[in-house]
Design a protein around this ligand. Structure first.
Ligand SMILES: O=C(O)CCC(=O)C(=O)O
Ligand SMILES: [Fe+2]
Length: 827
């Protein structure tokens, strides 16, 4: 088999409308334009210094946008600006002249003849000596904006060149002294105005807007048929794999992703407003799709490439390749003078990451690439709302309608006429030699794409990407009573319905899936549809449908489904889980008050949450370093309180029973839990509260009683005697080193404070690691005299201070508990 169909397709598209460029320049006689400015009057052309000065008197310092902000910073942009409302353009034949210019621009930029350009004045700019605008990209102020038109008024000046660049090429435009100069460029081109060195440069900037005027002509002839043939072949030939390891793929690819060359915003992504060569290529591809029975959408892709790369030869020596390493300052190597490559874990040191511009680096080999689609357009025309039975709020006249998705693209599904490496990445990172890997250069690009799939796979292709639209379509079938069809479509998802992540962004998709799941009345299919979400996605808004689903499919079904949401990583930690646990009480209340069987979902939710958090607590209590154990346990206080607040009475009591059985160190979590509950008094009704209130309060009181008793008992223990230096043993390491018993003898001794231990390097290191592992208050230093060197271990004052601090904490906690969680009357 020669070339893969998708590569042939990319080649076929290469010469589609090649003539399009990213920037173009033309001139018109000055008398074509009559330009008046409020407060100055008509500007005589060519412009002279006195008029320029009058303009400046009417102008303000120009600003520029960065992100959402509008800033004024003369080190970035230094020019005078007059707003468009104060400018009037006229002239006997100006409209026609500008129309001709725009038509020329359209064709030079490679926009199809079916598009018409319009120019809207944006600002009148005056640059005096030394004034400039650093490289930037213009913001797309309007959905239909495709670029910028700069009209330079004729004037005597030098410097002030307009430099426009795209995909590594740049063009320098100079303005005429006698004529009007028009320069147009696409909105994704970086451009700058170099400092004016003499005279005044005056420009009128205009936004270039694109409109579609005629439907695309059908492309005649064999080329289109050839493209269509490539598509058919692509979708019927088993997918090729990058690393096949001898296993041939047996199924054809699910889609084809053809990467375009220009950058687009979500709002600007529209078939009628594609830029340069993209326009013609996408139009052909779309026609070919029609012939080959495929559907096409536009998408935005995030691309990451990892290259094996090297700095350019001449730069190589300027770098101190081993200079910037982390150095372990207590290095064990006798001969080491700080030049070793060890970090505290004894791993080979990594050169620090360097970010910046690596455009001149030499790319050797592509190690890996990853492409993810994050947005795409919805189908156009009448079928956009089909199946949604009016439930959709989609406005079918809004041509920029699209949706967020998340879809990793496989190797055999991608092709492009322009390779990534020939475009400018928005971010690069170079990683020096790391031991296992060579030098790698990572590059990130944002690219638009045409995505195609066979029409009969339309539903699955969309749904696989996590498309809410596809789920709404299913809902439409259900609402229309087409239950069997909805079931068949949903079942077809089973092999491709991947995980959808979690969080707020996923909540609407989950809501849509849940509604369909309820409507399907088929337990297994319903479970399959809602399984691949994470528990953190669940929110109060889902409670009614969750309760309904549980009622319909039963308690065992609900329990199993909740189990899949927790996933296998039971001891999962992280900010997302903590935040979700804070919302669990409200979610459970909503479940219990909803119609249906909310308790069937609430109970396994609380149990699952407790299983993970309880496991985490056990792990943390087992930590040997006191400080880490204490902060780790403390962090679980609030999550634990939230779980108890969410629990029904039986579960809450069972949890408290388990908690009471934990060692004293559990107080480090339990007191913070009570403090967290105390901070939400409204959530802990005092025995008279509503649903589930009383039992939960009972559980908290039981917990408070337990903590008070334990703390009081701890405080009756005798204070450490002033001459008692004993510490707990570190225990044997299990390797029969022969050193650990001696270490323990020293640690547990009441009287010994210092131990001087002549030991060779490896053995010193062993003792270091034993001590560091336990976090015991013992310092270790090496006296570098004689052979072997002597390891000096010293018990520090922390032997006493830690215990004193613990006592103070216990006293404070007990006082707080007695005040806020007093013993209950009759309790
Ligand atoms: O003055 C010019 O030539 C261009 C100014 C510019 O880039 C802008 O206003 O964004
Ligand atoms: Fe600009």
């Amino acid at each position: 088999m020669g070339h893969a169909a998708r590569e042939r397709l990319a080649e076929l598209l290469e010469d589609a409308e090649r003539k399009g460029d990213f920037s173009t320049r033309t001139e018109l006689p000055a008398h074509d334009l009559r330009i008046e400015v409020d407060g100055v009057g008509e500007l005589p052309l060519p412009l002279r210094a006195p008029v320029a000065k009058k303009l400046i008197a009417q102008a303000r310092q120009a600003r520029f946008g960065r992100g959402e902000e509008t800033l004024s910073d003369t080190s970035v942009r230094d020019t005078w600006e007059i707003t468009p409302d104060r400018i009037t353009l006229s002239g006997p034949d100006w409209d026609r002249a500008l129309g001709d210019v725009l038509d020329g621009v359209r064709s030079a930029l490679g926009l199809p003849p079916t598009t018409a350009l319009r120019a809207e004045p944006h600002a009148l700019l005056v640059y005096g000596k030394g004034q400039f605008f650093l490289p930037h990209q213009d913001s797309e102020k309007d959905d239909s904006m495709v670029g910028t038109l700069v009209v330079s008024l004729p004037s005597h000046h030098s410097g002030g060149e307009l430099v426009v660049e795209h995909a590594g090429r740049s063009v320098t435009h100079r303005a005429s002294r006698q004529q009007l100069t028009f320069v147009a460029f696409y909105a994704d081109c970086r451009h700058e105005v170099r400092p004016v060195t003499s005279g005044y440069r005056v420009t009128l900037t205009m936004n270039l807007l694109a409109e579609r005027v005629r439907p695309t002509d059908e492309e005649a002839g064999g080329r289109l048929a050839e493209l269509a043939h490539c598509l058919t072949e692509h979708f019927t030939t088993p997918a090729e794999q990058r690393y096949s390891y001898g296993r041939p793929e047996t199924t054809p690819p699910n889609r084809l992703v053809y990467l375009l060359d220009h950058e687009y915003t979500q709002r600007g992504l529209d078939w009628d407003r594609l830029k340069g060569a993209d326009a013609a290529r996408a139009a052909r591809l779309r026609q070919a799709a029609g012939q080959a029975g495929c559907e096409a959408v536009l998408a935005l892709a995030e691309v990451q490439e990892t290259w094996d790369a090297a700095p350019p030869y001449d730069q190589y020596d300027q770098y101190d390749h081993y200079g910037e390493v982390e150095h372990f300052d207590d290095c064990e190597d006798e001969e080491c003078e700080g030049a070793c490559l060890l970090d505290p874990d004894g791993e080979p040191g990594a050169e620090r990451r360097r970010s910046g511009d690596f455009s001149d680096y030499e790319l050797n080999e592509l190690v890996d690439d990853e492409i993810t689609l994050g947005w795409w357009t919805l189908p156009e025309g009448p079928d956009r709302t089909s199946g949604t039975s009016g439930t959709s709020s989609t406005d079918s006249t809004d041509s920029t309608d699209g949706e967020a998705i998340s879809l990793p693209v496989a190797y055999a599904e991608v092709c492009a006429t322009t390779e990534n490496k020939d475009l400018t990445p928005y971010r690069s990172e170079y990683e020096g030699y790391m031991g296992n890997y060579g030098n790698t250069l990572d590059r990130w690009y944002r690219r638009a794409a045409v995505v195609l799939w066979p029409r009969q796979q339309s539903f699955a292709s969309r749904a696989e990407a996590g498309s809410e639209w596809a789920l709404r379509e299913l809902q439409g079938h259900l609402d229309a009573g087409a239950l069997d069809h909805a079931r068949t479509l949903t079942r077809s998802l089973a092999p491709i319905w991947g995980r959808h992540g979690s969080g707020e962004a996923t909540a609407p998709l989950f809501a849509a899936a849940l509604r369909v799941a309820v409507g399907l009345r088929e337990a297994d299919t319903a479970a399959m549809l809602i399984a691949p979400f994470e528990v953190e996605t669940l929110a109060e808004e889902h409670a009614p449908d969750l309760a309904r689903a549980a009622e319909r499919y039963g308690r065992a079904w609900a329990r199993e489904t909740v189990g899949t949401w927790f996933g296998t990583a039971d001891a999962y930690t992280g900010a997302a889980r903590t935040a979700w646990l804070a919302s669990l009480p409200a979610l459970c209340t909503a479940l219990r008050t909803a119609d249906g069987d909310g308790e069937a979902v609430a109970a396994p939710l609380v149990e699952g949450a407790w299983r993970a958090t309880g496991q985490q607590l056990t792990n943390r209590l087992g930590m040997s370093r006191e400080k880490e154990r204490r902060t780790g346990s403390e962090q679980l206080g609030a999550p634990l309180a939230h779980i108890l607040l969410a629990a029904g009475s039986g579960t809450a009591d069972a949890i408290v029973t388990t908690l009471r059985g934990l060692p004293d160190t559990a107080l480090e979590c339990l007191v913070p839990a009570l403090r967290a509950a105390g901070r939400r008094p409204a959530a802990v009704p005092d025995g008279t509260g509503g649903t589930g209130g009383a039992p939960v309060v009972g559980a908290f009181h039981a917990l408070a009683d337990h903590c008070r008793e334990r703390l009081a008992a701890l405080l009756t223990r005798p204070v450490r005697a002033a001459d008692d230096w004993s510490l707990p043993p570190a225990g044997a390491c299990g390797s029969g080193c022969g050193l650990c018993p001696d270490l323990d003898a020293f640690l547990t001794s009441r009287s010994r404070r210092v131990m001087e231990w002549p030991l060779a390097q490896a053995r010193r290191r062993h003792i270091h690691s034993r001590i560091d592992l336990t976090g015991l208050p013992v310092s270790h230093t090496t006296r570098r005299q004689g052979r072997p060197y002597t390891l000096v271990l010293t018990k520090t004052d922390a032997v006493f201070t830690r215990e004193r601090e613990a006592r103070v904490r216990a006293e404070t906690d007990l006082a707080w508990l007695r005040k806020n969680w007093p013993v209950q009357q009759g309790g």
